[in-house]
Structures are given as C-alpha cells and as structure tokens.
Design a protein around this ligand. Structure first.
Ligand code: C2O
Ligand code: CU
Length: 559
C-alpha cells in the first residue's frame, strides 16, 4: 500500500497530466489494501494514458442530447494510434494493446460516486484488477499498471464499484480493449476497415431522450451527490421487502418494480450498436472480422443472420479459436465476446442482411410458478422488449465492390489447454451453487462481502482446478452468465436441464472463455489454472443488476 501511495503522491507532486485546478481540487489517493503490488518504481510503461470518467452529453437520437457518463482519454506516452475514440458515442475509446506491452493507465474519477476500472478478461495483479475495495471517490485518481499477458483477442473495460456497476455501465462507462500478438499478426485476417468492433447494448429512453434505468440514478440523479441512490446489496433500496410491496408509490421504478428489475435484470427496449440506435454498416464484397461484445447489463442475445447463412466463428472471450466453427446461431450473454468471419464477397451489390437476435425461451427460468403471466410477471416486465424476444440488431448493406481476396484460414491459433489430469480437485470439483434466499442472490447461500473469503473460496497459486457452477436448485432459477476474474478457462462439460433446448447449440466452448452462460437447470464445469499472481479476485454473475445485488464473491489465490 505504501508503495502505491508513494507513487501516486510523487506523480501528484510532478503534476503529471494535471492542471492547476485539478491539483487543488483533487487529493489523489488510493485506498489501502493488503499485499499491494504491481505499481512500483521499476515499472517503465511503453504506453501511458489518462482515462477520465465524467458526465457529458451525447447526441444519440434526433432532438435533445442524452446525459451520459463517458470515458475519455489523454495519451501521455506511446503510440497515439493505441487509443481510438469513437465519434458520436458514449463508449470509451478503443484501447489497442500488444501482448508484452507495459501499460500505465491513470484513472481519474469525475463522477459523483466511487468507481474503479476492471480490465475484463485480462490477467493482471489483483491490485490492478479494479476490485471494488480499490474504489476511488470523486476527484481522485488510481494508477493502473500492468503488462499485457493475454493472447490476442477482444477484451473490454468497465467500472466495478460495489453496488453501482450496473448503473455506471448503463449510463455509458465501457470500452473495448483489443490485444494483438505475433501469432495473430502473421495470420491473413481482415484488418483495418475490415476489422469492425460491434458493441451491443440495450437501453430505454424516456420522452426527453434520457436513459431510463432503475430509480433515481445516473448523471442527472438528484440523490447522487449526497450518496447512493440505491443501497448496494439491498433489493429494496433500504425500504424493506414488505414496505415496498405495500406502498403504491413504491410500485414505480424505485420500488417493487425496481426491485424486481434488479432481481431479474434490467432490459432496455432499444438496441444500440456502438452507442447508436438503428445501426447499419456499409460493407465491401470482402470478408470482415466482426468483434462482437455483448455490453448489455442483462440481455442475452441469440445471434443469427436473418437469411439463414451460418455464422463462422473464429474467436471467443480469450482470442482466436484453433480453427473456425460454423453455427446456425450463437448465444451471447452479457460480457461474452464472439468474433465472426463474415464474408460478403459473394454477395451482390445492394444486398441487405440483418444480424438478428432470434426468439428463445427459458432464460427466465421459474419463480415459484408465478412467472407465466399474472401480476408478478407483469411487474417484472420492465421492458416492452422481453427476454428472449426476436428483434434485429444491425443491418449490413453490401455497397462496394472490391477485388481484394482473403481466404478463411483453416488453422487460426495454437492453444495449449490445461490438462484435466493435472487438476488437484478433479475427483471432487469445487461446486458453486447459485442460490436465492431472502430475496438475495448468492453462491452457496453467500452474497458479496467486500473482503470476505469463505473456506471453499481459497485456491493455491500454481494449481489447476475444476470449478462447477450449478444453476439447478432453489425455488427461483434464471440464466446467469458467470465471470471469473483473472482467468481464461476451458469449458469442460455442460449438463443441460430441461430449459435450455433452444439455446444449447449456440455455445462456443472451443475457445478460451472468461464468462460462461449457465441456463436454468444447467451445470457447467470449468478448468482453470491459477498462475502468476496471488491475491483477492472476484467471481460473479455478469448480469449487472445481479452483481450489484450481491451475486458476487471473492476468491483468494494463496501462495
Ligand atoms: Cu466484466 Cu467483474 O466484470
Ligand atoms: Cu445472474
């Protein structure tokens, strides 16, 4: 802790990247943490930048601008093309990093609530991982320093403060982080204009073009400056379950409806791609690399081309597959990524294609038999675009002819998987049961506590383990995308419950994953190796309302 503080203070004195006003206004400090590491005097960054989270207005629809929170960056050192701002979007800049690169990112919080930045999918020391225990307050800064150790792939970054991750992501804080490496560079993959990032999110707008989320939240919230608009980990925002149920006023977004939306996950009724509604892209008759991130808070997509052509998948969360896989549809849960090889070279000019989300069932599971119709279901339906509805995501217009050719490679990458026989617990996998008790989601009955680690949440550095996530118990089940920090894991096995019929051909388990969709009734076994860094990391559901409600726990990697 001392090291980190000292460094922050030293640069503060040097005034790195800070104007006089900022020097006077913000006392830079990071929170004390046991075992602080990573940031050290020896760290010589190849790339240094500031990343500022702040309110601003974005012109997303005709008429009034939308108040959003947005990441904005300023290069301090390194190749300026490493950072690519997205015009007309609230999304943060695309960070383009190389494996082996040393990166320093000074995060500056200009929100009116605490925040951190999590580098989703990256393998970094625990002090650099954006854990909520390192949240910094308004006006403060936190120095993230890490070496990029991941394979080439499509990763992303977003806030991770306790109880407000859903709110901060929803109002705009998220960005892509693309890693390249030597192996990927030598492959004949679509590059430049043919390499297209696609961030899919769902939002709801009010009549005034403002984002509508739960209760009094976001940049224009009245309650924000004075503190938390919704008590973290408390479904009723402090009102209590019965109080909320009884009060008619509380049936509105802040009360029972809001509580149910938190419990079930918030669904917007408008699909945005890279922050734009009604998205379309003009393409040439050429193969494209579409890097798709589901950046939604809670919506699951069943991706398919509307004309029935198969999806050619070349990558997942942790980079390129060993070889391409063809799918009729791909399930993409919050935080998951999939990379498609989309070849339009045989399409006629003028062809219009739509990437759809197809209808599917079962993600809402069941709750005491009350989910099908009735007042309870109506209350939970916080969106006119229900979970599992069919809708278009974006359009592709084949608008240009090119003679340039590119063939889909048969081999994309080499993956050295961990070996099951090396797993120390292969005979008895560590099981995490997703539970719901007293209107609280949990793993094995436990909800998030900032520093707590249960006995079954301690692993040993340098070992390989099988983790099993079981979503088949309790009186309420629904789909949960499970994310484990610091890891890319292998999906070893899925045991399907009855609910997952229309989705089960849509999993891409052939590549590295950091987030895995566990449908109601399902059990999923993961193989992972705890390498390089000891410390306290998170595992959680990536439906952000579930995460904020406590469906998140620490695990500790011990030496
Ligand atoms: Cu993308 Cu812990 O999250
Ligand atoms: Cu969940």
């Amino acid at each position: 802790m001392a090291i980190h503080e000292a460094i922050t203070r030293r640069d503060f004195m040097n005034g790195v990247g800070m104007g006089t006003a900022a020097l006077l206004a913000g006392v830079p400090q990071t929170q004390a943490a046991p075992g602080m590491q990573g940031a050290s005097d020896a760290f010589e960054p190849d790339l240094a930048l500031e990343l500022i989270a702040r309110p601003r207005n974005a012109s997303l629809r005709p008429g009034r601008t939308t108040s959003v929170w947005s990441y904005q960056s300023r290069m301090l050192k390194g190749d300026p093309t490493s950072v690519q701002a997205l015009p007309d979007s609230y999304l943060g800049p695309i960070l383009r990093l190389r494996r082996g690169q040393k990166v320093r990112i000074d995060f500056i919080n200009r929100l009116d609530q605490p925040s951190t930045v999590h580098w989703h999918g990256l393998h970094v020391p625990d002090t650099m991982d954006g854990h909520p225990r390192f949240a910094i307050g308004p006006g403060e800064r936190y120095r993230y320093e890490f070496e990029v150790r991941n394979r080439a792939g499509t990763y992303w970054y977003h806030p991770h403060p306790h109880g407000h991750t859903g709110e901060q992501v929803y109002f705009g804080l998220a960005g892509l982080l693309l890693v390249s490496d030597g192996e990927e560079q030598t492959l004949p993959l679509p590059r430049g204009q043919y390499d297209v990032p696609i961030v899919i999110q769902d939002r709801s707008f009010d009549d005034d073009n403002q984002f509508r989320y739960l209760g009094d939240t976001g940049p224009t919230a009245r309650g924000n400056a004075s503190g938390a608009p919704s008590a973290p980990g408390n479904a009723m925002g402090g009102r209590g379950m019965m109080g909320g149920m009884m009060s008619r006023g509380a049936m509105m977004s802040g009360g029972m409806g809001g509580m149910m939306a938190r419990m079930m996950g918030f669904l917007g009724d408008t699909i945005l791609v890279n922050g734009r509604p009604d998205a379309s892209i003009e393409v040439a008759t050429h193969p494209y690399r579409l890097r798709i991130l589901n950046g939604s808070n809670s919506r699951i997509y069943k991706l398919a081309w509307q004309d029935g052509r198969p999806l050619t998948v070349i990558g997942t969360d942790g980079g390129l597959l060993e070889r391409p896989v063809h799918k009729d549809y791909v399930m993409l849960a919050p935080a998951e990524r999939v990379e498609l090889w989309a070849d339009f070279s045989k399409d006629d000019l003028g062809t219009q294609l739509t990437l759809m989300s197809l209808a599917f069932e079962g993600s809402m599971g069941g709750m005491m038999g009350m989910m099908d119709g009735g007042p309870m279901a109506a209350m939970m339906d916080n969106s006119s675009l229900a979970a599992g509805a069919q809708f278009p995501i974006f359009k592709v217009n084949v608008a240009r002819k090119t003679n340039a050719k590119l063939e889909l490679p048969n081999r994309l990458s080499a993956i050295s998987w961990p070996r099951l026989q090396d797993a120390v617990n292969r005979a008895k996998p560590r099981t995490f049961r997703i539970t719901m008790a007293q209107m609280q989601w949990g793993f094995n009955g436990r909800s998030f506590e900032m520093m707590a680690v249960a006995p079954n949440e301690v692993v040993k550095l340098g070992t390989t383990e099988v983790w099993e996530f079981a979503n088949d118990s309790g009186m309420m089940t629904m789909a949960h995308p499970i994310h484990v920090h610091d890891q890319q894991f292998q999906v070893l096995e899925r045991r399907h419950g009855a609910a997952s019929g229309g989705v089960r051909d849509g999993y891409v388990d052939q590549g590295w994953k950091d987030t895995v969709l566990v449908m109601p009734g399902d059990r999923v076994k993961l193989l992972m190796r705890f390498a390089d860094y000891p410390g306290l990391y998170l595992y959680h559901c990536h439906m952000l309302e579930h995460e904020d409600l406590g469906l998140m726990r620490n695990y500790r990697i011990e030496t």
